[in-house]
Design a protein around this ligand. Structure first.
Ligand code: ADP
Length: 446
C-alpha cells in the first residue's frame, strides 16, 4: 500500500501539473490572439486586455510578461520589468520558433514560455507565465494523509484478521499437542482430532499409524518378555522339584541321588541352551550387528555341517544326502550362516521319522545361491506354518522339548538370512515332509 501510495502521488502530481500547464497555455493563446489584434499596444488606462491579463495572473497566483518581437516587455503584471528588454536563451528559442513551449520548474512555481503566433504561423512575440503549483502540492498532501489513514486502518484490520485466523488454525494443533502429550504419559491410544484442515487430518493419521506400529512393537515386546520368563522358569521349577524331593526324604539311596542329580544337570544344560540361543538372537536383532563378511566356499561349508550331523542321523537310520549343482563361493558371514543352516539341517533330522531322509541341495545363478533342505518327516500343519519363525513357537511342544529344542532355532535362522539380505521359504505337508528354501545374494551389498 505504501508503494501504491507513492506511485499514486507521483502520477497525480505529473498529471495535475501537465493539465495546469495546458490550461495556462490555452489561456495564453487566447490572450496572445487579442494582443496580436491590439498590435502589442497594451494601454493600462483604457484597454480591457490589460485588465484581463492582470485578472488572469491573479487567478493563477502568478505573473504574466508579454514580450514583443523586439524583446521589449510590453506588459508585466508585477509592473517591475515593464519597458525593459529581456533576452535569455529559453525566450530566444521560442521567439525563433525552435520550440513551441518552454517550461521551467522553480520551487512551487512553473514558468512557461509560449509564442504569440499570427495567422501565417509566424512568431510575433512571446508570453512568459509564472504559475503557482501550491494548490497541486496541497492536494498531494491531502491525498497522502488520506492514504496514510487508510494504510493504518487496513493494517489494524489485517493484524486483527491474522490474529483471529491464526488462532482458529492453531486451535487444532493445540488439541493435537495435548493428545500427544497424553501419549508421552504412556497411554498408546489413537489420536482423535477432527479438523477441517487437511494438513492436521493427515498429521493425525500419520501419528495414528505410528502409534499402531508402536503398539504392535510393545505387544511383541511384552509377549517376548513373558515367553522368556516362562521358558527360563521351566527348568528351574523342575530343578526345584527334584531338589525338594531329595531334601524331604531321609536316608536317600545314593542311586536316587545320582539319578536326580543327573536330571538336574540336564535341566541346567537346557537352561544354558535357552540362554545361549537368546543371546544369539539378541545379537542378531541389533541392526548394527556387524557381519564379518568374507568369501566362503559354500559347498565345503555344507559338507562340513552335514558331516557333523551324520552320526546323529545314523543313530536313527536317517539318510543324509548332499547334492551340489556347481561350485559356489559367496560373500557371507561364515559363523552366522553356518548357524542358520545347521538349525535347518538339525530340524530336518529332529522332526524326521526313523529311517527317513534329508536331502540338501546347492545351486546358484549369477546373482544368488540357493540352498534347499528337504525331509520326509512329520511336516508342519498349514495353519502353523506362518508362526514357526516366531520366537519360542513350537508345533509340538513335547517333541521339541524331548529333542532339546528351545523354539528359537528358526527365529535365529531367519534373522541370520535377513541380515545377509536373503530370503527363506517353507513348504510342508503334514506326514509327508518339509522343505526349506534359502536364497542368499552371492555378493554382499551393505
Ligand atoms: P525348536 O527348538 O523347537 O526346534 P525351531 O524354531 O527350530 O524350534 O522350530 C520351531 C518349530 O517348527 C519346531 O518346534 C517344530 O515344531 C517346527 N519345525 C521346524 N523344522 C521342522 C521340520 N523340518 N519338520 C517339521 N517341523 C519342523
Amino acid at each position: 500500500m505504501l508503494v501504491f501510495n507513492i506511485l499514486l502521488q507521483k502520477s497525480y502530481n505529473d498529471k495535475a501539473i501537465e493539465e495546469k500547464l495546458l490550461f495556462v497555455q490555452n489561456q495564453c493563446s487566447i490572450l496572445g490572439n487579442q494582443i496580436l489584434v491590439n498590435k502589442f499596444i497594451i494601454d493600462s488606462l483604457q484597454d480591457n486586455l490589460n485588465v484581463e491579463i492582470d485578472q488572469m495572473a491573479n487567478v493563477w497566483e502568478g505573473r504574466i510578461l508579454v514580450i514583443d518581437s523586439g524583446y521589449k516587455i510590453v506588459k508585466d503584471t508585477y509592473t517591475i520589468d515593464q519597458g525593459n528588454y529581456i533576452v535569455y536563451d529559453e525566450v530566444l528559442k521560442v521567439m525563433k520558433g525552435e520550440k513551441d513551449r518552454n517550461v521551467r520548474m522553480i520551487d512551487d512555481y512553473a514558468e512557461i514560455i509560449i509564442p504569440i503566433v499570427n495567422a501565417d504561423k509566424l512568431v510575433n512575440g512571446v508570453m512568459i507565465a509564472t504559475v503557482s503549483l501550491e494548490d497541486i502540492e496541497d492536494t498531494n498532501i491531502y491525498i497522502s494523509q488520506q492514504a496514510e489513514l487508510l494504510i493504518l486502518l487496513f493494517s489494524l484490520f489485517a493484524f486483527a484478521a491474522a490474529f483471529i485466523i491464526s488462532g482458529i488454525c492453531v486451535r487444532d494443533v493445540k488439541r493435537l499437542n495435548i493428545q500427544i502429550n497424553g501419549l508421552n504419559e504412556g497411554h498408546l491410544v489413537d489420536l482423535k482430532v477432527k479438523s477441517r484442515y487437511n494438513e492436521i487430518t493427515r498429521l493425525t493419521e500419520s501419528f495414528n499409524t505410528l502409534i499402531d506400529k508402536m503398539q504392535v512393537l510393545e505387544d511383541s515386546r511384552q509377549e517376548f518378555v513373558s515367553n522368556v520368563s516362562h521358558e527360563l522358569k521351566t527348568p528351574i521349577t523342575s530343578m526345584k522339584v527334584l531338589a525338594d524331593s531329595l531334601l524331604m526324604q531321609e536316608d536317600v539311596p545314593v542311586e536316587m541321588y545320582r539319578e536326580f542329580m543327573s536330571d538336574m544337570a540336564e535341566e541346567i544344560e537346557r537352561e544354558n541352551k535357552i540362554i545361549n540361543d537368546l543371546l544369539t538372537l539378541v545379537k542378531m536383532d541389533k541392526k548394527a550387528a556387524a557381519l564379518n563378511i568374507e568369501s566362503v566356499n559354500i559347498n565345503a561349508l555344507l559338507e562340513l555341517l552335514l558331516r557333523r550331523i551324520k552320526p546323529i542321523a545314523a543313530k536313527r537310520n536317517i539318510e543324509v544326502v548332499f547334492e551340489s549343482f556347481r561350485e559356489v563361493v559367496g560373500e557371507i558371514d561364515e559363523v552366522k550362516l553356518s548357524l542358520a543352516l545347521s538349525n535347518l539341517i538339525e530340524n530336518a533330522v529332529k522332526y524326521n521319522n526313523d529311517g527317513g531322509y534329508v536331502h540338501v541341495s546347492l545351486n546358484a545363478d549369477y546373482k544368488f545361491f540357493y540352498i534347499k533342505v528337504q525331509d520326509n518327516g512329520v511336516g508342519i500343519p498349514e495353519e502353523c506354518q506362518p508362526q514357526v519363525f516366531e520366537r519360542f513357537y513350537r508345533v509340538d511342544k513335547a517333541r521339541s522339548r524331548e529333542t532339546g529344542g528351545t523354539g528359537l532355532g528358526l527365529a535365529i535362522t531367519r534373522n541370520a538370512i535377513l541380515m545377509h539380505k536373503g530370503a527363506i521359504k517353507l513348504y510342508s505337508e503334514p506326514g509327508e515332509g518339509t522343505t526349506f528354501t534359502v536364497r542368499v545374494p552371492l555378493k554382499y551389498v551393505k
